[in-house]
Ligand binder design. Structure first.
Ligand code: P6P
Length: 333
């Protein structure tokens, strides 16, 4: 494949599909540059005195890691001066972050989980940044949380960076999914995979099986059939992976198929799941659907869900569409 840079790809996309206005191209380049900086900070590990917990909690009541806060700051500082954004929202911040008055306001809104998979940071397992881009409502003067509460179908771009053996940026602007690998010597993102497609079928699933006794019947039935393999109704054997880093699990699925599940369960009956809709499930669902996969909350297409609060959680079944369809049908029975 001809190696082109992220910049060249975005310019060619704009020329071919007229789908990336200059402001959106600038936004994507700025976020990609911030992910380079985060990759550098993550890569230092203990040498950069960035491991371990900070002495603060985030809006979810989770102890923040130093790198959670560092990554959040990197994304805020990279994006607030460019004039392309009206506001930002982050897993690490209770309320939205309007662009400071000293900078011009743009027409896009950026949401992100600055460093997903935090429990893996200190043990050197892959982690990542997830981001989602929405358009600010017409005529919006002062951004409020309400302006962010748009269904996932309204995203104009979504992506993630996975900080693993390679640092890879995965991006969609609505015309398919492309991957860029960070060339550390040149400091540039180079396209390494184009138009990714997720196989409709798979023999690999991802779920935290330690929660099995808490699952509701549709999930128990579905997973038990996978575990039965050739001896059961699926008549084939399945493999299991659970990295406890959604970005890494979804990246594997994007490359070789699979289904990732984080269901609601009986541990907290009124909690719809662990993952957040606005800056985890929605961007991942946009990417996966653009790659021919599917994403539901067990009943509804994730991208169709009308959000009610910025940090709301949602159950997630995402990946190879025939498996997502099957487990969703089990919920309907
Ligand atoms: P558990 C990471 O904290 C995360 O939000 C996702 O990236 C990951 O898939 C999930 O939580 C892991 O959850 O309950 O297995 O630790």
């Amino acid at each position: 494949m001809k190696r082109i840079s992220l910049t060249q790809h975005l310019i060619e996309e704009q020329r071919l599909n007229n789908s990336i206005p200059a402001e959106l191209r600038l936004l994507i380049e700025v976020v990609a540059r911030a992910c380079k900086t985060i990759s550098h900070a993550v890569g230092k590990g203990a040498l950069g005195d960035v491991l371990g917990a900070a002495d603060t909690e985030n809006v979810q009541g989770e102890i923040q890691k130093k790198l959670d806060i560092i990554s959040n700051e990197i994304l805020l500082q990279a994006n607030e001066w460019g004039g392309h954004l009206a506001a930002m929202a982050s897993e690490e911040m209770e309320t939205i972050h309007p662009i400071p008055n000293r900078y011009p306001m743009g027409e896009y809104m950026l949401l992100f989980d600055p460093l997903d998979g935090s429990s893996n940071i200190d043990v050197n397992v892959s982690i990542g940044t997830i981001f989602s881009v929405l358009k600010a409502p017409e005529g919006m003067a002062t951004p409020t949380e309400q302006d962010f509460l748009q269904p996932g179908t309204r995203q104009v771009a979504a992506g993630y960076a996975v900080y693993g053996p390679q640092t890879v940026l995965v991006l969609t602007t609505g015309n398919g999914v492309n991957c860029f690998t960070l060339d550390r010597e040149m400091g540039s993102w180079v396209m390494t995979q184009r138009a990714l497609q997720i196989p409709a079928d798979t023999a690999e699933y991802a779920i935290n099986a330690s929660n099995a006794r808490h699952w509701y019947p549709p999930v128990t039935r579905y997973v038990k059939e996978l575990e039965a393999g050739k001896t059961g109704p699926r008549d084939k054997n399945f493999n299991m992976r659970w990295i406890a880093s959604m970005v890494a699990d979804v990246h594997r699925i994007l490359n070789r198929g699979g289904i990732f599940m984080y269901p609601a369960d009986a541990r907290e009956p009124d909690k719809p799941g662990k993952l957040r809709l606005m800056y985890e499930a929605n961007p991942m669902a946009f990417i996966v659907e653009q790659a021919g996969g599917a994403a539901t909350d067990g009943k509804n297409r994730i991208l169709d869900i009308q959000p009610h609060t910025l940090h709301q959680r949602v159950a997630v079944f995402i990946g190879s569409r025939n498996e997502v369809q099957r487990v969703t049908e089990y919920h309907a029975e």
